[in-house]
Design a protein around this ligand. Structure first.
Ligand code: FPP
Length: 249
């Protein structure tokens, strides 16, 4: 029986966030350069996005390029940007076929113009799709996102359009890049690293974390289904006791 059939369709996380890690190490294991690993990583992206749709996930956010990734060697940054452009352009018809809409979060204006243009075109071309929402985190870091939110809130207080007493969790959420997107219930990180790496710090407050030793190019839809099954065996208490969850109200 496939892992997919074992999934309880009533309890699928509606939003899964993934830190795709280990492309460089995978490439090294193959005796290739790091960029080869990113290319193979695209095959995992395609398979996992397809699997997310099959499992009934509504949103999937992929950490494709962090603010800190700009500090990598220029050759690698350039290759990643080219890969993003070519992948987005090539995959858009397939996204439409699968009813997937593309979105992006992050400091998008810092992307090279060709990358931003391709991204915006694909977002526009897939905007009417009603199935899975694929969200790419690009030039994203949570500390950048929160700093921008704080600046905007402070400006509104300063110019008198916002009172301090009206600052609430909801208001802060509406200042984040993920405005309107439910928080992820499950965060997956590949490659055996147990870090959050400046990813969705606010939004992951109550997420379940799933770590796997698999390197990103080895992670495919069956691994996603395994992670969902693992999630379904967890008890999400949100600060309550186990007894409170089982007692009738
Ligand atoms: C982390 O592995 C991976 C990245 C920084 C880039 C992820 C990009 C892709 C999978 C390809 C493009 C994606 C899309 C959505 C089109 P690493 O390089 O940090 O690996 P390492 O830790 O082994 O060095």
């Amino acid at each position: 029986m496939s892992q997919l059939q074992l999934i309880d369709k009533q309890n699928v996380p509606q939003h899964i966030a993934i830190i795709m890690d280990g492309n460089g190490r995978w490439a090294k294991q193959q005796g290739e350069n790091r960029i080869f690993g990113h290319y193979e990583g695209v095959n995992s992206v395609r398979d996992v996005v397809e699997g997310a749709g099959e499992a009934g996930v509504k949103y999937i956010t992929l950490y494709a390029f962090s603010t800190e990734n700009w500090n990598r060697p220029k050759e690698e940054v350039d290759a990643l940007m080219e890969l993003l452009v070519s992948t987005i352009s090539m995959e858009t018809p397939q996204l439409n076929k699968k009813n997937v809409s593309l979105q992006a979060i992050g400091n998008l204006n810092s992307l090279p113009p060709a990358c931003l243009q391709e991204l915006n075109e694909s977002i526009e071309m897939t905007s009417k799709n009603t199935g899975l929402k694929l969200i790419l985190a690009l030039s994203y870091s949570a500390k950048w996102e929160l700093t921008e939110a704080v600046k905007h809130i402070a400006e509104n207080v300063k110019n008198g359009t916002l009172a301090v007493k009206d600052i609430s969790e909801k208001l802060i959420e509406n200042e984040l890049c993920t405005k309107g997107i439910p928080d992820p219930e499950l965060m997956i990180r590949t490659s055996g690293e147990h870090r959050i790496s400046n990813f969705l710090l606010w939004q992951l407050a109550y997420a379940e974390f799933y770590f796997t030793e698999k390197l990103w190019p080895e992670f495919r839809k069956d691994d996603l289904f395994t992670a969902i099954l693992n999630y379904q065996n967890r008890e999400r208490r949100f600060g309550k006791t186990s007894e409170q969850l089982t007692q009738p109200k």
